[in-house]
Design a binder for this molecule. Structure first.
Ligand code: GLU
Length: 468
């Protein structure tokens, strides 16, 4: 077989949606697995709904996900000449004709068909009139009236449509612009696409496109229509389900390889393997293992994968990524040396980078958020007793020159024993006053990383932090 060429063909009318990203990943992985090419075509023909910033957003999302495409991106809006040449060829060969029926007249034909219980469609009024180009005329495909149009979908199997069901579709509008189905066929053909992998919201367009290929005498590519992604409630994915665009996931602190791994497993499987590096994917991905039923979004699984990839990430990488999230949470002038020391402590616990930043924030700002539940519990105790203990500890810690884990732990335990306290009786108020959190990294590591000044000041200022 000739070299496999797949494509991603987004319309820049919105952000890159996770459904689109998933079909892009399938196309990309399939091309890479087969030593083929993965190309990008921006379908920006609807100038009223497309916009350059959206195109840039899609390109940025693809870069972030690591979906590298071959060659330059192709812009559909720059290919009108090729589209028109194909329409002209169809006119010359008798596979297309001019039609002067107005939209109202076509609507009336549809209405009539509906009233008579037939499928509403254009009735072929101008099919045999032999009209030439004129003001207001569209060009329609002279579609076969009998027989069936078939294709073998690589996901859905054999698909056959009665040609009597299909309209003589418009190929060129009266303003001279090509229609979607015509443009897609011409572009896919000219770009040498061998496998069209796309969402199954396009499956009804495919028989129409097959007719155009046949009329032009071109080879028909293979098609794989991928089922939808549904929300956890099994309803069509929408804003209601939370993040739907790739950029939102980035903002929420997901790592690109976690999102790619997650999306590729939505509707595709390879035994029971869950974790795939890019290289593994390029070794084993196959369209044959795409499922034919809709996939249900599982935020828990994405979180699990993200946690895995955070654990796998180098400290260096996370030091580069976290400041943006810390700043978003309210920190400024971030000490990256401190961050590098904190990261190994947080890696085991954080689900997202945002979560990691929230857990680390108290190292960088003094006015940090406070966990309500453990604070409420603590404040039920006598405030004077808490005050006395924390002030005592502040005094003891102030005298420690080697402000590291062991001496701090030793001093803490001696104080605890002297006053017959349990670890949690003393640990809870200390932790809450230092971090606002009921749990987290080891208490003495935390103190060492915070440093003496902050520890002493926060122990003394516990009321201002916790009693609100
Ligand atoms: N531009 C179309 C879309 O974004 C995709 C067309 C195709 O994949 O054939 O829905």
């Amino acid at each position: 077989m000739s070299q496999i060429v797949t494509r991603f063909a987004p319309s820049p009318t919105g952000h890159l949606h996770i459904g689109g990203a998933r079909t892009a990943i399938f196309s990309w992985a399939y091309a890479r697995k087969n030593g083929g090419k993965f190309v990008l075509r921006v379908e920006d023909t609807d100038q009223t709904r497309s916009d350059a910033s959206m195109t840039q957003g899609i390109l940025d999302s693809m870069t972030w996900l690591g979906l590298d495409y071959d060659g330059e991106a192709v812009y559909q809006s720059q290919r009108f000449d090729a589209h028109n040449a194909a329409v002209d060829k169809l006119l010359e060969t008798g596979h297309a004709y001019y039609c002067t029926c107005s939209p109202d007249e076509v609507e009336a034909m549809r209405e009539k068909a509906r009233a008579e219980g037939r499928k509403p469609k254009y009735d072929g009024c101008c099919r045999e009139k032999g009209l030439g180009p004129c003001e207001g005329a569209v060009v329609r495909l002279k579609a076969p009236l009998v027989g069936t149009t078939v294709f073998e979908d690589l996901v859905k199997g054999h698909i056959a449509v009665d040609n009597a069901e299909l309209d003589d579709m418009i190929l060129r509008r009266s303003d001279g612009t090509p229609t979607y189905n015509l443009a897609v066929v011409v572009d896919d053909h000219d770009m040498g696409i061998t496998h069209v992998i796309r969402g199954d919201d396009h499956v009804n367009n495919t028989p129409k496109q097959v007719l155009i290929y046949q009329a032009l005498g071109w080879d028909v590519p293979k098609f794989a229509h991928v089922p939808m992604i549904l929300g956890p409630d099994k309803k069509k994915l929408s804003k209601r389900h939370g993040a739907t665009s790739v950029m939102e996931y980035q903002k929420d602190g997901y790592l690109p390889e976690a999102l790619v791994n997650y999306l590729v497993r939505l509707g595709w499987s390879y035994g029971d393997q869950e974790i795939f590096t890019k290289d593994e994917l390029f070794e084993v991905f196959d369209i044959a293992n795409l499922g034919s039923s809709p996939s249900v979004l599982s935020p828990e699984k994405l979180n699990w994968l993200n946690q895995h990839y955070i654990k796998e990430s180098s400290v260096e990488r996370l030091v580069g990524l976290l400041p943006e999230f810390l700043e978003e949470a309210g920190a400024s002038a971030i000490d990256t040396d401190l961050l590098a020391k904190l990261i190994p402590e947080l890696q085991a616990r954080a689900i997202t980078l945002k979560d990691m930043a929230d857990k680390a924030l108290f190292f960088f700002v003094d006015d940090f958020p406070v966990d309500e539940k453990p604070t409420k519990k603590l404040l039920k105790q006598d405030h004077d007793v808490i005050d006395e203990r924390l002030r005592d500890l502040a005094e003891i810690f102030e005298e420690i020159d080697d402000f590291t884990k062991e001496p701090l732990e030793g001093a803490f335990h001696r104080y605890m024993d002297k006053h017959s306290l349990k670890f949690k009786d003393l640990g809870a108020p200390v932790r809450l006053s230092l971090s606002g959190q009921g749990g987290g990294i080891g208490l003495f590591e935390m103190m060492e990383l915070l440093g003496k000044d902050k520890v002493v000041a926060r122990l003394r200022g516990w009321k201002a932090t916790l009693v609100k």
